[in-house]
Design a protein around this ligand. Structure first.
Ligand SMILES: C[S@@+](CC[C@H](N)C(=O)[O-])C[C@H]1O[C@@H](n2cnc3c(N)ncnc32)[C@H](O)[C@@H]1O
Length: 218
């Protein structure tokens, strides 16, 4: 069955018990992620796109050591945790409903010294952006966050706010519907976008985007 993040009833039916945990191996560590298939308002599970982007970060030659990273729509937190383990300072964000489980997973998987490089914070796209540093991040990460058309404008506004000319955006996603392509088209208005990886096994793409540098009149 092909799952979509907003089809939570389908997810609920699959799980006899709505809480589970799954194990991953990244950055020479074992990571145990608690999931909640029935969490209020969001199915908090690890999506394939997160695993694909974690693998890309670990093996793809991107150096996160000492870099400033923000993750949008972190869900259960696997990607943000892996970014911390790979050396980054990471602000791991999601909507309020996701934060309890997110915080739990971050605390359970990072030793005290690494916790200092992780901050879990509420970020609903397009809202209260002033509490984040404009253009203050080397990398913006997002796994499977392009799926609700009604959020596209807010998501784009959030990327625009957080992004400097140097920031690299990495989005991993499954392009399930035509409207998902529409978000990429919207992004191309502001950013140069290129596909840097595709995993045919789970149909996950990784797109890299950087702010377009506008030619100024001399
Ligand atoms: C399909 S899940 C992906 C979770 C995680 N990145 C992963 O790949 O495992 C989508 C995530 O986006 C978040 N999200 C959806 N709409 C949002 C919004 N308007 N603002 C912030 N986060 C949002 C959800 O709460 C959810 O955690």
């Amino acid at each position: 069955m092909s799952l979509v993040p907003y089809d939570e009833k389908a997810l609920w039916g699959m799980q006899k018990f709505h809480q589970s945990s799954s194990t991953y191996h990244f950055a020479n560590r074992t990571i145990q992620i608690k999931q909640d298939w029935k969490q209020l308002g969001v199915a908090a599970v690890v999506w394939d796109a997160a695993v694909v982007l974690c693998t890309f970060l670990e093996t793809g030659g991107i150096d996160l050591q000492g870099r400033s990273v923000i993750e949008l729509g972190a869900g259960t937190g696997l990607l943000g945790i892996v970014a911390v383990l790979l050396g980054a300072h990471v602000t791991i964000t999601d909507r309020k409903a996701a934060l309890t489980l997110l915080e739990l997973n971050v605390q359970a998987n990072l030793p005290d010294d690494l916790q200092l490089r992780a901050m879990v914070k509420e970020l609903t796209w397009g809202q209260d952006l002033v509490s984040f540093s404009p253009g203050g991040y080397d990398f913006i990460l997002g796994a499977d966050i392009v799926y609700l058309e009604e959020t596209f404008t807010d998501l784009l506004q959030t990327l625009d706010y957080l992004c400097s000319e140097q920031t690299v955006i990495l989005l991993s996603c499954r392009l399930r519907y035509e409207r998902d392509q529409k978000f990429l088209m919207m992004m191309k208005g502001l950013f140069s976008v290129q596909e840097v990886f595709y995993n045919p096994d789970n149909d996950v793409h990784i797109f890299k985007a950087q702010r377009k540098v506008l030619k100024r009149d001399l």
